[in-house]
Each structure stands twice: as structure tokens, then as C-alpha cells.
Design a binder for this molecule. Structure first.
Ligand code: ADP
Length: 418
């Protein structure tokens, strides 16, 4: 799929460049050709003017020197690459001072053309390619003012060659560059696609277990339709617990999916972080007591800008983990203090800690450290991913310091409200 998209992108890029090169080349070619033609026509007009100033034309039938003249007879002002030829009513050359080889030229036809529209004609003979301006100077006799088009043709051929080879090289380079660029542009899309794919597959996997439990317990209940609920309380409790776990999982999945879309809509208000933590501590007191864990909240009255609900959720994830993973009799301490322009919130526990090799990974989705306690706690592995997203969405960072066997300390740094 990505390879095809990459090829299509590269092809469009190459096509766009080819069209641009081709049209720019064609326009440039046409402009240069017109310029050269203009210069040629000018030199013919200039020669015609010079000849007119000499009327009657030297060597013209009826003029004083009515014979094949030599180059000295041409008036000044005739460009050196312009030739003058007279022809009589039979179309025979009567004057050719620059000895141009024009045996092959049908002057009779040129004369007829000139009578009709007195214009220049481009003619090709075995002796070359010429532009000739013909003008009647007597009954049936003409002066033909001409210039070879060979240099111009050569110039245009060279131009075509340069444009064609430059264009072909450009198109080849564009195709290769386009393919490379398309690959580069698609890399983040591929990474994000791969991430989404893994997310969906991990999520489906996580949903399978609770669904299987729900189904198994439901089937047990179906097998005894006449028994009372009280007699099957184990199944009912299991169903309720799994449904609750699934609700939490689905909520977490939705949070992360919205975060990925950038559609999480965080509010921006001044949040008294200290008060939020004190409040959270009071709410979790009962859980800590039930597990015989000493919970301390020690917070300065700090303020940050952000979404109060999400910031509370971030602290709750860390505190919930600390209480979940710390064995009975342990200690959990929540602190919040200002360090320069940063609020530093930390949640430390005396739990099992996190293996060093896994400390970087635990903020990834569905990652759970490979410890006995983690397995027993049976979490989803999404909490810290959500915590990381919330911290970063507030312009902050989250990190962990942990010594396996003697506890963990999660630290969140957030910019203080100024
Ligand atoms: P969950 O707790 O649902 O498994 P989290 O994303 O919150 O998912 O945490 C990821 C993993 O990080 C946990 O499975 C656990 O292995 C480890 N972890 C998180 N907090 C602690 C902690 N306070 N002490 C030890 N391990 C922890």
C-alpha cells in the first residue's frame, strides 16, 4: 500500500516537473527562435532599404551597368551575410555579386509569390536553406535579397539538443528525487499507521480476556435458569467486575484515540495544583488505609495553566499505581514544589521498583513491567501512556527514577503559571 502510494506520488511529481520543463523549454525555444528570425528579417529589411537608396538598382536591367556585377557594385549598408540577386523575366540570374550558389532556386516561382504578396520566403535547396525577400523592380524582373538560414538552423538544433538532454536529465533526477522525497514524506505516516495498527490489535487483544470471562460466567448462569441470583453470586460479581474493568479500558482507549486525533479538547485555566493534589490525597486516603500504606501529600500552593480534570487524572494515575504496586505497610509520598519556572510534582513509593531495562518503555501503550506484582495487579498498561500524554499536552515532561527492590519515584515537570 505504502509502496504504491510512494510510486504514485513520485510519478505525479515527475509528471508535474516534466510538464513545467517542457512548457518552459517550448516557450524559451520559441522566444529565441523569434529573436533570431527578427534579427534575420531586420538585416534583410536593412539591405532592402540600402538597395532602394541606389535606385535604379545597380546592375538592374536597364541600368547603366546592366551586367553581372561584382561585389563592389553593392551599396554600403548591406550586411556582410546578406546576398543580392537579380533575375530577369525569364527567371534567369542577371546579377549575383556575392556569387551565391543558387542554381537550384526557382526564381520564377519566388517572383510570382512576390507579385502576389511581396513577402519573404524560406526555401531549401541542395545548396542550403535560405530566407529570401523578393521585390519586383521592372516588368518580370526581381531583386532577391537573401540570407542563409544555416547558422540559425544550427543554433536552433543546438538549443533543442541542450533543452532535450537537460530536460531528460532533469526528469530522471526528478523521478529519483521524487521517489526519495515521497519515501521521506511517507515515513511519519507509515510510523503513525503502524502505531495505530498495533494499538487496535493490542486493544482487541486486551478486550478479549474480559469478554471471555463475561461469556463464561454468563454461560454458567444460563445453565441454571431456575437458581436464584444469590446462589450464583460469584458469577454475578465476576461479570460486574469484568464489566467495570472493560469500561475503564474502553475509557482509556478512547482517551488515547482522541489524543492521537488531537481532538481531546483540553481546557486552559489556572489550576491550583497544590489544592488539586491535597484533594486527591483525601480521596485516596481510604484506599491507602485499606492497604495499610502511609500516604503523605506535601504540596506548595502552586498554579499551572491547563485542564484541571486532566491534571488530576495524571496525578491519580501515578498515585493509583503507587498504591497498587506498593506492598502493605509501605509508604507513598506525593510532593509538589516550584523549581524556577517549573512545578515539580513527584509521587514516590517504597514498592518493588521497575527493572532498569524497562524504565524507558513503561510509558508506551500496553507495556507492563515484567514483575510478579505487575502480573498480580492485572492493569491494562495504558495509565502511564495517558499520564505522559497529559504531561506533554501541558508543555511538561514525565520521567521515572527507580531502584528495583527499593521503590520508584515518578516526576512530572510542568511550566508554572506566570
Ligand atoms: P498498569 O498499571 O495498568 O499496568 P501503567 O501504564 O499505569 O499500566 O503502568 C505500566 C507498568 O509500569 C505497570 O504495569 C508496572 O509494571 C509499572 N509501574 C507503574 N507504576 C509503578 C510503580 N509505582 N511501581 C512499580 N511499577 C510500576
Amino acid at each position: 500500500m505504502f509502496r504504491r502510494a510512494r510510486l504514485v506520488l513520485a510519478a505525479w511529481f515527475t509528471l508535474a516537473l516534466a510538464v513545467t520543463l517542457l512548457s518552459t523549454g517550448a516557450v524559451a525555444y520559441e522566444l529565441i527562435r523569434r529573436d533570431i528570425d527578427h534579427e534575420i528579417n531586420n538585416s534583410l529589411d536593412q539591405a532592402q532599404l540600402a538597395m532602394k537608396s541606389m535606385r535604379p538598382y545597380p546592375g538592374a536591367p536597364g541600368s547603366r551597368d546592366d551586367h553581372d556585377g561584382d561585389r563592389d557594385r553593392l551599396p554600403p549598408g548591406i550586411p556582410s551575410d546578406v546576398f543580392i540577386i537579380y533575375t530577369d523575366s525569364k527567371g534567369d540570374v542577371t546579377f549575383n555579386p556575392r556569387d551565391i550558389d543558387v542554381d537550384d532556386v526557382d526564381f520564377h516561382e519566388l517572383g510570382e509569390d512576390a507579385e502576389k504578396h511581396a513577402e519573404t520566403s524560406d526555401i531549401s535547396t541542395k545548396d542550403g536553406h535560405f530566407r529570401i525577400l523578393s521585390e519586383e523592380i521592372g516588368p518580370g524582373s526581381f531583386v532577391h535579397i537573401g540570407r542563409s538560414l544555416e547558422p540559425r538552423d544550427h543554433q536552433l538544433r543546438t538549443l533543442t539538443l541542450v533543452f532535450a538532454s537537460g530536460g531528460a536529465a532533469g526528469i530522471l533526477a526528478a523521478a529519483a528525487g521524487g521517489f526519495w522525497l515521497a519515501g521521506l514524506a511517507m515515513r511519519p505516516i507509515r510510523v503513525s499507521f503502524e502505531r495505530q495498527r498495533r494499538f487496535v490489535s493490542d486493544a482487541s487483544h486486551e478486550l478479549r480476556t474480559p469478554l471471555a470471562v463475561l461469556r463464561a460466567n454468563g454461560e454458567v448462569l444460563q445453565r441454571h435458569p431456575d437458581e436464584t441470583l444469590a446462589a450464583n453470586m460469584d458469577q454475578v460479581d465476576a461479570i460486574t467486575a469484568e464489566a467495570e474493568a472493560m469500561t475503564r479500558l474502553v475509557e482509556d482507549l478512547l482517551t488515547l484515540a482522541r489524543a492521537d486525533e488531537g481532538a481531546a479538547n483540553l481546557t486552559r485555566e489556572t489550576v491550583p495544583l497544590g489544592a488539586v493534589l491535597e484533594d486527591l490525597g483525601r480521596d485516596m486516603e481510604a484506599v491507602a488505609n485499606a492497604r495499610q500504606i502511609r500516604l503523605t501529600v506535601d504540596s506548595e500552593p502552586l498554579e499551572v495553566i491547563g485542564d484541571r480534570g486532566r491534571l488530576r487524572q495524571l496525578a491519580a494515575i501515578l498515585l493509583d499505581n503507587a498504591l497498587k504496586y506498593t506492598p502493605e505497610g509501605g509508604e507513598v509520598t506525593v510532593r509538589c514544589a516550584a523549581h524556577g519556572k517549573t512545578a515539580e510534582l513527584s509521587v514516590a513509593d517504597t514498592g518493588p521498583g521497575i527493572p532498569v531495562a524497562e524504565q524507558d518503555k513503561i510509558f508506551d501503550r500496553f507495556v507492563r513491567a515484567d514483575t510478579a506484582r505487575t502480573r498480580a495487579a492485572g492493569g491494562t498498561g495504558l495509565g502511564l501512556a495517558i499520564a505522559k500524554w497529559i504531561a506533554e499536552a501541558h508543555g511538561g515532561r514525565i520521567s521515572v527514577e527507580s531502584t528495583p527492590g527499593s521503590g520508584s519515584r515518578f516526576i512530572v515537570r510542568l511550566p508554572l503559571a506566570s
